[in-house]
Design a protein around this ligand. Structure first.
Ligand code: ATP
Ligand code: LTN
Length: 224
């Protein structure tokens, strides 16, 4: 019998932290035993925030290396870089054309990151969850292991698949039953470690791209 399929990804926005391990990657390692697993380095998501291209290229390879160091086994899992598979962007465009703008404007992560970017907010930052939906729906993933902060994005991916594609475009089989086009994925969020808080500000989650978070990193700024 075919095994259920898992897909997940991390942005190459800096050094991985305990939150990434406890909230997501430790679960990925275990899921290799029982699922067909696909783990992506989502570099196209990382360009929705300010970045340096040379640093991004380095961080993409470092993130892939850290997957392996954490226990992702390339003999059992497919490890790949998002930008190397053009179908992610192609499907994102098709999904863009059926996704209501106000679904994206409601996303908490968009609102939080948009505040930090002021008048530099790009359409890409707003559209980030549609690209994430494409990453998942492209592979017919059954389950998506992520931390708590991604729950709302997962719900959006489910709504796009169910309400905006399957409900509108599904054909019918001989018995008149709808034949879904896209698989509707389930989030997999562990009960412990799903939201590890920042060590320097207990009111916000630990985050790679927070310049206060990673002492010793090139972009570390002590919190005043
Ligand atoms: P960025 O700061 O660039 O947004 P991030 O540190 O939030 O990055 P992501 O690449 O967005 O990390 O997330 C990778 C995975 O780690 C996701 O499944 C996410 O839910 C999980 N994750 C991120 N931060 C935490 C955290 N503080 N606690 C638990 N899980 C987390
Ligand atoms: N938005 C996610 C990263 C991500 C992802 C995905 C996670 C992009 N595409 C597909 C799971 C499945 C985040 O962790 N910030």
């Amino acid at each position: 019998m075919a095994r259920a399929r898992v897909l997940s990804g991390v942005q190459p926005t800096g050094a991985l932290h305990l939150g990434n391990w406890l909230g997501a990657i430790r679960n990925w390692v275990d899921l290799q035993e029982s699922h067909d697993t696909f783990f992506c380095v989502v570099d196209l998501h990382a360009i929705t925030v300010p970045h340096r291209p040379e640093q991004l290229a380095d961080d993409t390879l470092t993130t892939a290396a850290l997957y392996l160091a954490c226990g992702i086994d390339p003999a059992r899992s497919t490890v790949f870089v998002q930008s190397q598979v053009p179908a992610h962007c192609e499907l994102a465009w098709l999904l863009n054309c059926v996704t209501p703008l106000n679904w994206l404007e409601r996303m908490i992560q968009f609102k939080e990151k948009a505040v930090k970017q002021g008048d530099q907010v790009s359409v890409g930052l707003l559209d980030y969850p549609v690209l994430m939906a494409a990453d998942i729906l492209l592979y017919d993933a059954d389950r998506v292991p992520v931390g708590e902060d991604q729950k709302q994005h997962l719900e959006l991916a489910r709504d796009i698949a169910q309400q905006r594609i399957n409900a509108r475009f599904a054909s019918r089989d001989a018995a008149g039953e709808p034949v879904p086009i896209l698989k509707v994925p389930e989030p997999l969020i562990l009960p412990e470690g799903a939201r590890v808080m920042s060590l320097t500000d207990g009111s916000s989650k630990m985050s790679k791209s927070d310049p206060h978070e990673v002492p010793g990193s090139a972009c570390w700024i002590p919190r005043s």
